[in-house]
Design a protein around this ligand. Structure first.
Ligand code: LRH
Ligand code: MN
Ligand code: MN
Length: 386
């Protein structure tokens, strides 16, 4: 059994976001750290370190235009030279002045055209980099009742999504990301999984929902959403991060490792670890006070630990207890798995793959952080929080 678990863990891929490597902060202050990347090329070099020490993070998500370059094919080549590849392309229609009242749902058709133009350009970036996934998040929404027409905004959204869908090539897909609030505080145009799901359903199988774990109301049962979407074949992936209050973008599994385990249990239950289902395990975090690269390494390890625990759930015993209506027995099966220390198993797995059993220590010893601090002067701010 351990052999199967190990094989599954070995095959799991976790994508890191380019924007995690730059300086970032809160609404009140961006903290500068030494050695942060000055351009997308250096972000990819840093992401490659996460992969080198974990063996589990071979792709890196880009955010356009934060990662704008003249030659995307060259950026993809650079990534490959460092042993990684370009992952999802994240669009950004939330930072231009034009988007104050929305992007694709803006009442002004000129702004809507501009936003759609950007989304289509992102598909060009996919073509140039070989990426198969476009991630769409819209900050669109209203601060005040009556500010705009809720229904008309859904029509505008549907129109833009349909145009993007039509532009997708073979083997390409888009993931629609929902978020309850922020920056809009009264109504958000894609506030929840149901809205995202309904739009995707109309379009077809290349439109799927992405679950950002920080985008729900407190207390939301995220594993239910995961189970439902996976069952319907519409779970495109995750933006993993953790939160105590709102969209905190903290390290995965830091706030609520038990929730992460429950989510991964539903992923396992629904077959989502099979790469053919296309569930992408992406991180979406901002490291404000912790060093960037180790922050990503820690998150990758936390996802692996939650996954290992979920794989340890005794499915037969769980089913038997459930069928027998044994409430406490069923719960105990789940908790037994959660309470297992899987760190030795993961350490063993890494050693078998020729990696250091302790990626955090291996990175600390590598001298990479001193090297970049000496070499790089004037690192840029991560786009988010800019
Ligand atoms: C929005 C979001 C979305 C953006 C990213 C920077 O809160 O989660 O995924 O692209 O943050
Ligand atoms: Mn996100
Ligand atoms: Mn977010």
């Amino acid at each position: 059994m351990t052999t199967d678990i190990k094989a599954t863990l070995r095959a799991q891929r976790i994508e890191t976001p380019s924007w995690a490597y730059g300086n970032s902060g809160t609404r009140f202050k961006v903290f500068a750290q030494k050695g942060v990347p000055r351009d997308p090329y250096e972000k990819l070099a840093d992401a490659a370190q996460v992969h080198a020490h974990t063996g589990a993070a071979p792709t890196v998500a880009l955010h356009i235009p934060w990662d704008a370059v003249d030659d995307y094919a060259d950026l993809a080549r650079h990534a490959r030279e460092h042993g990684v590849a370009i992952g999802a392309i994240n669009s950004n229609v939330f930072q231009d002045d034009d988007y104050m009242l929305g992007s694709v749902t803006n009442p002004d058709p000129r702004v809507r055209r501009k936003a759609l133009g950007h989304l289509l350009e992102c598909v060009d970036v996919m073509d140039a980099t070989g990426s198969d996934t476009l991630k769409l998040w819209f900050s669109d929404g209203l601060n005040y009742p009556g500010q705009d027409d809720l229904r008309a905004r859904q029509d505008r959204l549907a129109e833009a999504l349909s145009a993007v869908y039509e532009r997708l090539g073979d083997g390409q897909r888009f993931l629609l990301e929902y978020k309850l609030f922020e920056p809009a505080f009264y109504a958000t145009d894609v506030p929840d999984w149901g809205t995202a799901y309904a739009h995707c359903l109309r379009l077809g199988p290349k439109a799927q929902v992405v679950v950002d774990t920080g985008h729900h109301a407190p207390g939301t049962n995220i594993e239910f959403i995961v189970a439902f979407l996976l069952r319907e074949g519409r779970l495109g992936g995750f933006d993993f991060n953790s939160r105590f209050y709102a969209d905190d973008d903290l390290m995965v599994g830091a706030a609520d490792p038990f929730q992460l385990f429950r989510i991964m249990h539903e992923v396992v239950r629904g077959g989502g670890l099979d790469p053919r289902t296309g569930v992408a395990f992406m991180l979406d975090q901002c490291h404000n006070i912790e060093p960037k690269i180790p922050g990503q390494i820690r998150s990758v390890m936390n996802v692996q630990e939650a996954t290992a625990k979920a794989l340890l759930v005794d499915a037969a015993a769980l089913r038997a207890a459930q069928d027998a209506g044994d409430v406490l027995g069923a719960n105990a099966v789940l908790m037994d798995a959660y309470n297992t220390d899987v760190r030795p198993l993961l350490a063993e797995l890494r050693e078998e793959s020729g990696l250091d059993p302790d990626p955090m220590a291996a990175y600390a010893r590598s001298g990479y952080s001193d090297k970049i601090a000496a070499e790089r002067v004037g690192g840029t701010q991560a786009g988010w929080g800019a």
